[in-house]
Design a protein around this ligand. Sequence first.
Ligand code: PLP
Length: 375
Amino acid sequence: MIYFDSAATTSPSDIAKNAFIEASEFYANPSSTHSAGIKANDYIRISREYIAKTLGAKPDEIYFMPSGTFANNTAIIGAAKAKMRKGKHIIISDSEHPSVYNTANELKKLGYEISLLSTKNGEINIDELKSLIRQDTVLISVMLANNETGALYDIKALSDTAKRINKDVLIHCDAVQGYLKTKFTVNSLGVDLLSVSSHKVHAFKGSGALYIRNGVKVEPIVFGGGQEKGICSGTEAVQSIYAFASSAKNIYEKLDKNIEYVNSLYSYASKEFSSIGCKVNTPVNSTGYVLSISLPKVKSEVMLNYLSGKGIYISAGSACSSHAKSNRVLEAFGLSKADADCTVRISFSEYNTAEEIDILCDTIKSGIDSLAKIK
Ligand code: PLP
C-alpha cells in the first residue's frame, strides 16, 4: 500500500507500539492509591512532562483528553462557560475543523454570538479581526495549520492584535495539524489554550491533550471522578497516552530533520503535479505536510476510488468532513465549487519516499487520461 493520507491519521511508529506494550504491563487504575496504581500514574506523569517539553509549556499546564475533538470542545465550551459573565461573543475562523466550527455553532443555541473571520488564500485577515473584536469578546479560536490546504495561519499576529484591543480575550489554537510539523511553542504563538491529538503524530487513536495556560479558567464539559484536575473526568488511557508522549518526544528530538525531509517531498510532489496539469492550491506559507491540488476535469471522489483500487490512499478534502455536502473550507479558501469538487489532498509523513510520489503522480496522470473522458 502507498499511504498519502497522514493528515487523516498516521501510522503508529515502533516507538509508539513499544511504549504501548511497556505501559500495558502496568494496567492498574492510575487513580488507585496502591503501588500498582502509583506506577501506572507514573506513566501519565512522565507523559505530561514529555508533551509539555514539546510545547514549551509546564507539565501542570497539560491536560490529557481522549482526542483532539475532545480538547477543542473543552477549550471552547469550557472557556465560554468560565467567562459567561464577561460576555458571549466568540470569534472563530471560517476554515476551522468541524470540532471547532460545530462546537461554536452549538453555543449559538445557548445565546452566544459567533463571528467568522475569513481566511481567503490561507491567510487570516488582521484588519477584519480588528473590526470583529469587542469588549464582550471572550474567546478567539483559530487553527495553526489547516487540515485541507496545509495553510499556516499567523497566530502570533492574531494574538498580539487581539490582546491589544481586548487584553482579557482568550486565544485558543487548534494545533492538531501543525503539531510537530512546524516549530512553535505556546509562548511563540501567544496562546492561552492549545489542542493536539495523538493519532496525527504516529501514535494511537484515543488520546490528545489540551494546554491551559496557568491562571486561565476552563470549566469541565464532562463530570465524574475528577481526573485531570477535574477538567477531563474518566479513567486515563494510560497506554495510549504514554505511546502518544513517547512518539511526540521522538519526533520533537529530530524535528528539524523531519521537517526538512517532508518539505523536500512536498516541493518535489508539487512540481510533479503541476507538470501534469494539476493546479496547486496550497499557499506558500504552509506546513509542507499537506498538498492540495485540483485535478483537471476529474471529480475527487472518482479519482479517490481509482487510486484506492490500486492500493494508493489519498483523500478528498478532510476525512472528517467527507460526509459534508459542500466543501466549506475549500470555498472559504477561495476555490470555486467546480474546483473544490475536483480537489484532492495528498498528505505526507516522514515514512513517505520520492519513489512513492513518482508512482502516485504516474497513476494520477493515467487516471486523468482515462477518467476525464467519462462524463
Ligand atoms: N482539528 C484538526 C485540524 C484536525 O485535522 C482533526 C482531525 O482530523 C481534529 C481537530 C480532530 O482530532 P481527533 O481526530 O483527534 O478528534
